[in-house]
Design a protein around this ligand. Sequence first.
Ligand code: PMP
Length: 305
Amino acid sequence: MSDRDGKIWMDGQMVDWREAKIHVLSHTLHYGCGAFEGVRAYKTDKGTAIFRLQEHTDRLFNSAKILRMAIPFTKDQVNEAQRAVVRENQLESCYLRPLTWIGDKKLGVSPKGNTIHLMVAAWAWGAYLGEEGLKRGIRVKTSSYTRHHVNITMTQAKAVSNYTNSILANMEVTDEGYDEALLLDSSGFVSEGAGENIFVVKDGVIYTPDLSAGALNGITRNTIFHIAKDLGLEIVQKRITRDEVYIADEAFFTGTAAEVTPIRELDRIQLGAGSRGPITEKIQNAFFDIVNGRNPQYAHWLTLV
Ligand code: PMP
């Protein structure tokens, strides 16, 4: 990914893509304390627009707060950096990756006295779990790895270190030919995917784990709450068991990268009809209408670059 043309915003400056480097003794590289965001911009009739930019920036600052890192920029500067990166790289639809890390001034577990940095990169990135997955649904397996307990690494921070758990789970199941992993919390209840929140549909009601299961408070998850309300569908946040997923009528993953991806199978058990369910499809259509600027009710969620 490093050998390409383009610009990356680094600590307040646009830097050539190939020159956007850090030192091998950077604290975050050794101890894993850092936070990031995944954001998308979509092509709309009015131009390219970043979806829920403010919410992503707010979450980045909250993640940093949880990790006791003081980002040396204002939220407005971080918003502007994201807009600028999309413009500079002349991207129409893209994924954005802001990341904050601890510098190379000193090592040792304590980061006190070290510097805090921030970068924003952006690049074109299609459907995370495949175009086919968006239409037909994906095959998921419950991972043998447990999701972080809420009092180990902080689960409301989109922390770099939390993703070791996601990587292990994802590699475990994709090695066996599945598309993505589902993780259970330390009590055995459904938490989330390796990089997605999960929803299930049963008898016309939508269920999703409450955040005590250690799932990230997804911005797409929140978007689904709005969509469901608009569609007159009830959403319940509660503890969910894996066998409740097995007998659900429909299930889907949500995330900035994954968007709204139907799940057609869990642990080799077919969910519902084994394809994208009708409620999932309605939600997916509403989601793509919103992010692509076709629903004026949500114009305030789109920031033109
Ligand atoms: N859970 C995890 C672990 C994730 O990495 C993501 C992606 N950021 C999500 C949930 C979904 O969050 P969002 O909808 O804000 O992208």
